[in-house]
Each structure stands twice: as C-alpha cells, then as structure tokens.
Design a protein around this ligand. Structure first.
Ligand SMILES: Cc1cc2nc3c(=O)[nH]c(=O)nc-3n(C[C@H](O)[C@H](O)[C@H](O)COP(=O)(O)O)c2cc1C
Length: 195
C-alpha cells in the first residue's frame, strides 16, 4: 500500500472509530490474568508515530518488571504513610500490588518553554497512542500522575535521570474487571464557530 493510499483509506470508518474512542475507559481494577508485554512493545512502536513538532522524539517508554513494580509500590506506600498514616499506606500497597501490568512514559526536559510545552503535548499523544493500541487488543489502562510520579526516587527506579527527564505518567494495564462509570458535560464538545 502506498503512503497516499494509507492516508485516504482508513481500515476503520467513522462509526467504528467513534465507537472505539468512546468505549475506552480508565480502569484500575483488573483481572489477575498475566499481561502480554509483547503487545506493550508493539504499542511503543505505534506510539512514536504520534505528532511531534520538529520530530524531537522527547519520550522514553519503560516496561516495568516485578522488582521495579515492587519498589514503586513501596515508595508510594512510604509517601502515603507520611501523608495519611500506616493504615492508608497498607490499603494502597495491596491495591497497587494487585495491578498486573505496569509501564511508564517520561519526557526529556527542554530549555525553552515553547519546546517544553510542545514536547509534553507530543508525549501525551504518544502515551494515548499506547493506551488506544492496548484498547484495540482488549486491554484497559489507567494513566496515573500522583505524587509518587513527581518524586526523583521514582524516576531513578525507572532508570531515568531527574535532571533530564520528568514523568508524563505511570500507567497500569490489564484486562478490565468491570467497566467504570464516567460522564462528560452536556455541551463540552460544542465548538466556538468562528466565521
Ligand atoms: C494527564 C493525566 C493524568 C491522570 N492522572 C490520574 C491520576 O493520577 N489518578 C486517576 O485516578 N486518574 C488519572 N487520570 C485519568 C482520569 O482521571 C480519567 O481520564 C478521567 O476520569 C476520565 O475517565 P475516562 O478516562 O474513563 O474517560 C489521568 C488522566 C490524564 C490524561
């Protein structure tokens, strides 16, 4: 297939695309089924086709294995214990341990504000490409950006350098246990019609 054919003949039509995009949900309760990291790595390949001004490729993706997961869960529990006490930390520890699939996205720091904003936007697009690709494979995700992700120790656990990289998100994935409810405002999609 030529590039032009790819641009003009999408494998999904508007009705399917709408259904697919509306059907994605942020999920934090997963079946204990082991996750397919092969799919995740396919998703990273797709992610880099996100729009990206000046093709800076500012993202870094991370597959989080069991040791790193455990260390992140413990670091998070430590932060929760400081803020809310041991009981809350234990509850969080148990909930986070139950999450089967983990990955992360960081963004490279930029010197000027415009590049920084555009690079973050590109990373968000890339991250959502991953989420949508996994959604197409029957897996749900949750994008998290809680306090642990802003802690330099978290970045070091990933192998990132806090001086050069910051967190875009820590992501959970797996087969959804149930569909969470969500809603959107009645007229949030209405555009301003500029003459
Ligand atoms: C940048 C970003 C950060 C987010 N961080 C969190 C988070 O820390 N905790 C959380 O529960 N959800 C987080 N979410 C998920 C949103 O809460 C979720 O998208 C929203 O509730 C709408 O639900 P839906 O994704 O199912 O449509 C985040 C989403 C984005 C885009």
């Amino acid at each position: 297939m030529t590039d032009r054919q790819r641009l003009t003949s999408s494998p999904v039509g508007p009705a399917e695309a709408g259904e697919f995009l509306r059907g994605r949900r942020s999920v934090d309760q997963f079946e204990s089924t082991p996750v397919d990291t092969g799919r995740l790595e396919e998703a990273f390949e797709v992610a880099r086709w996100a729009p990206n001004h000046h093709l800076t490729e500012p993202w870094q993706f991370y597959v989080i294995g069991p040791e790193t997961k455990k260390a992140i869960v413990e670091l998070n529990a430590e932060l929760v214990a400081e803020a809310k006490g041991e009981e809350a930390a234990d509850a969080k520890r148990q909930r986070w341990h139950a999450v089967p699939g983990w990955f992360a996205v960081t963004c490279r720091r930029a010197d000027d504000a415009n590049t920084a904003a555009e690079d973050y936007a590109a990373c968000a697009c890339a991250a959502h490409n991953i989420v949508l690709y996994l959604h197409s494979a029957g897996m749900a995700c949750k994008w998290t950006s809680g306090p642990v992700t802003h802690d330099a120790r978290y970045l070091r656990l990933l192998g990132a350098d806090p001086a050069n990289d910051y967190s875009v998100g820590l992501f959970w994935y797996g087969v959804a246990k149930r569909a969470p409810r969500t809603q959107r405002s009645e007229d949030g999609h209405r555009p301003v019609r500029c003459p």
